[in-house]
Design a protein around this ligand. Structure first.
Ligand code: HDE
Length: 717
């Protein structure tokens, strides 16, 4: 049961004897643990107090090491359902029957920050799914960005050391905006494509319910005849792909560092279950040579124009964990948790991941028996000859723990063809420490990504590079990055350089300088290839074409004070809640607000605790006294101006328009007409128009943000 005891209706204490007694870990009922055992009320505490010692000793050992990466995370239970059979691709049973459901546990995470760091860091999000299939555990341990910084797992400790807080002073927390990160990536040209993605809005999601997920590495699906398809796995959010803006992200980080965690939790508690489509891209083994990318290279996407996406399933998260530590913290994912019908590819990043996860669980969870923790146990029985070790829970019966044996009648036997059998990929070659020359195109897809962004997205990428590189103290690193950006797009480089006070060279001269730098610092994977993607259109790389026809789960603030016209509030609220949005009344204080019709309105938040950054849109209703009172509140003026500056939809009816006019959204002397010409600002002076305004507002909220607002720069918020 995940119901929070605090919310139970009956608030009276149950009283001794009406709920289980407090016990020690040995199950012995405790008479009193409010006082240690002392030699007299003012005397020394006695060593024999095993109740004190047990309680404190357990507490002393409550912390386990956090994950070395992806430490900050949140999880949820749910199910996966097949919507299109994958029979022709794979023998994996859980993917073959339409309608078949498989239990899952999903953990989302940021990568760089510590366990207590902010949710809104500019970072990749982990998207790890544990499938409890009838054939055992399958873990799809992915991210919300489809490519990675490096091509070979052996570079993982380097990139992580570079992005984590710096060695000497443990600064900064959960941020890539510092010298060591940009030093490393400017000397690692294979990171360039990934940099474009992490500097895009995808790195600052509006909600974890609105991110995509990708398996990143290439896997194989194996069919009944033993034939293989290379496969990429995708998750597509039903609510669309949406982000916040960077200023907002920074403010949310201060005001509510648990913003994403709370959002996920509350949506599930409300029954608005987060949902994704599951999709695959497949390439038959043998046909992979015809593409401009190498299927084994994790710094590349497979453009959908070349390899179409097939939607084959859905994921629904419908239950919060009962206990964060027992489930979200102790869950142990590993890309080598595979079931028959799915296999690895030779992607060198994936191959290195295969041992890393098991290895890290041994030190993090402290025992080779971590698979026995409830959250990690498969649904089917574990039958093998592994025994003992720290914290063994399973009680194996009988004398036999070896094979072959006759004493246990030969059991357990091998499953043979029914079991997991590695795809017999032919392997030959000299032992070398070399990259395939086919991995040598580090800029082709970075340019493809840039070219397919909308103007607003391009501006945000420029802003992100400018912000991050401005935080880098070493000028030589900033310059190296500008040289690198010329290899993606000269205009991109110029726009960032302008913000840094630097100049831009032509790409050929920049490359010459880069090569000299790379040679100086021992870079071993310089670009050796440039694939041409000029004829490829890849709209899927942009967030601009995402779902924009729903206001489900959007949060809307209604700013009110005494004298508010309740009928207007009711009209707008009804339209919003009918669309599945959530409306919160925000007032100067938590005291009930007097409506002009004499009724009362209970605020959910006061201006002192709420902030526009927690909402997707703001509505200001009429009522002369209410609008006049709000106009005197700096916090109310800031609230609407800030929402406007973050490109959010705004609505006002009646005198509510006066608050918007006073907030600085339009220049002094600006008219109501000017205000309502702003994209995403809707309203009417006539209270009777509330219904119509509501309809326009609903459309505006579904559109998410209005990046075409011209006057945002001027607004002091
Ligand atoms: Fe991970 N990664 N990783 N990673 N990773 C871990 O395993 C590692 C990579 C990803 O919610 C660790 O249990 C190596 C790519 C997620 O519990 C560790 C390499 C992708 C999570 C580890 C990579 C991921 C992790 C740390 C380079 C996207 C969080 C704690 C070869 C496909 C899982 C742990 C959770 C966690 C190693 C690169 C996704 C150290 C060596 C690429 C979502 O084992």
């Amino acid at each position: 049961m995940s119901t929070d005891d605090r919310n139970e209706k009956d608030e009276a204490p149950r009283g001794p004897g009406n709920c289980p007694d407090l016990t020690t870990n040995q199950g012995v009922a405790v008479g009193d643990d409010n006082n240690s055992l002392r030699g007299g009320p003012r005397g020394p505490t006695l060593l024999e107090d095993f109740i004190l010692r047990e309680k404190i000793t357990h507490f002393d050992h409550e912390r386990i090491p956090e994950r070395v990466v992806h430490a900050r995370g949140e999880g949820a239970h749910g199910y996966f359902e097949v919507t299109q059979s994958l029979k022709k691709f794979t023998t994996a049973k859980f993917l073959r029957k339409v309608g078949q459901k498989t239990k899952v546990f999903v953990r989302f995470s940021t990568v760089a920050g510590s366990r207590g760091s902010t949710d809104l860091a500019r970072d990749v999000r982990g998207f790890a799914v544990k499938f409890y299939t009838e054939d055992g555990i399958f873990d799809l341990v992915g991210n919300n960005i489809p490519v990675f910084f490096i091509q070979d797992a052996i570079k993982f400790p380097d990139i992580i050391h570079a992005v984590k807080p710096e060695q000497h002073n443990e600064i900064p927390q959960a941020a890539s905006a510092h010298d060591t990160f940009w030093d490393f990536v400017s000397l690692t040209p294979e990171s360039t494509h990934m940099l474009m993605w992490v500097m895009s809005d995808r790195a600052i999601p509006r909600s974890l319910r609105m991110i995509e997920g990708f398996g990143v590495n290439t896997f194989r699906l194996i069919d009944e005849d033993g034939k293989a398809h290379f496969v990429k796995f995708h998750w597509k959010p039903k609510l669309g792909l949406h982000s916040v803006v960077w200023d907002e992200a920074q403010k949310i980080s201060g005001k509510n560092p648990d913003y994403h965690r709370l959002d996920l939790w509350q949506a599930i508690e409300r029954g608005q279950y987060p949902e994704w489509d599951f999709a695959i891209q497949t390439i038959p083994e043998g046909e992979e040579g015809q593409f401009p990318f190498d299927v084994l290279d994790p710094t590349k996407v497979w453009p959908e124009q070349l390899v179409p996406l097939q939607k084959v399933g859905r994921l629904v998260l419908d239950r919060n964990p009962d206990n964060f530590f027992a489930e979200t913290e102790q869950v142990a994912f590993c890309p080598s948790h595979l079931v028959p019908g799915i296999d690895f590819s030779e992607d060198p990043l994936l191959q290195g991941r295969l041992f890393s996860y098991l290895d890290t669980q041994l030190s993090r969870l402290g025992s080779p028996n971590f698979h026995e923790l409830p959250i990690n146990r498969p649904e089917n029985a574990i039958v093998n000859n592994q025994r003992e070790g720290h914290m063994r829970h399973m009680i194996n019966k009988g004398p036999v723990a070896y094979s072959p044996n006759s004493l246990a009648k030969g059991c357990p036997f091998h499953a043979g063809a029914r079991g997991f059998n590695t795809f017999p990929e032919k392997v030959e070659g000299k032992k070398v420490r070399e990259r395939s020359p086919r991995f040598g195109d580090h800029f082709g897809q970075a340019e493809l990504f840039w070219r397919n962004q909308s103007d607003a997205e391009k501006q945000h990428i420029v802003d992100a590079f400018s912000f991050e590189l401005s935080m880098v103290d070493t000028v030589a690193i900033r310059k190296r990055m500008i040289d690198l950006l010329t290899q993606v797009d000269v205009q991109l480089a110029e726009r960032v350089a302008k913000n840094l006070g630097l100049t831009v060279d032509d790409p050929a001269s920049a490359m010459k300088r880069l090569k000299a730098e790379w040679a100086k610092y021992g870079v071993t994977s310089p670009p050796g290839l440039r694939q041409d993607y000029a004829n490829i259109k890849a709209p899927e790389l942009s967030m601009a074409h995402t779902v924009k026809d729903t206001i489900q789960t959007r949060q809307i603030a209604v700013l009110v004070a005494d004298g508010v016209d309740g009928a207007q509030v009711d009209a707008i609220k009804a339209a919003l809640t009918a669309g599945g949005a959530l409306v919160e009344v925000v007032a100067p204080s938590m005291a009930p607000v007097k409506r002009s019709d004499g009724k009362q309105l209970a605020p959910q938040k006061s201006l002192k605790t709420a902030a526009s950054v927690f909402y997707d849109a703001v509505y200001v209703p009429g009522g002369a006294d209410s609008a006049a009172a709000l106009k005197k509140e700096g916090l109310a003026l800031h609230f609407v101006a800030e929402a406007f500056a973050h490109y959010k939809p705004l609505a006002a009816t009646g005198e509510g328009l006066d608050l918007l006019l006073a907030s600085g959204i339009v220049p002094p002397g600006g008219t109501e007409n000017d205000l309502l010409k702003e994209p995403g600002v809707v309203g009417s002076r006539k209270p009777a128009d509330a219904q119509q305004v509501a309809q326009q507002f609903v459309k505006a909220i579904a559109a998410h943000r209005f990046f075409d607002r011209k006057s945002v720069e001027r607004v002091p918020a």
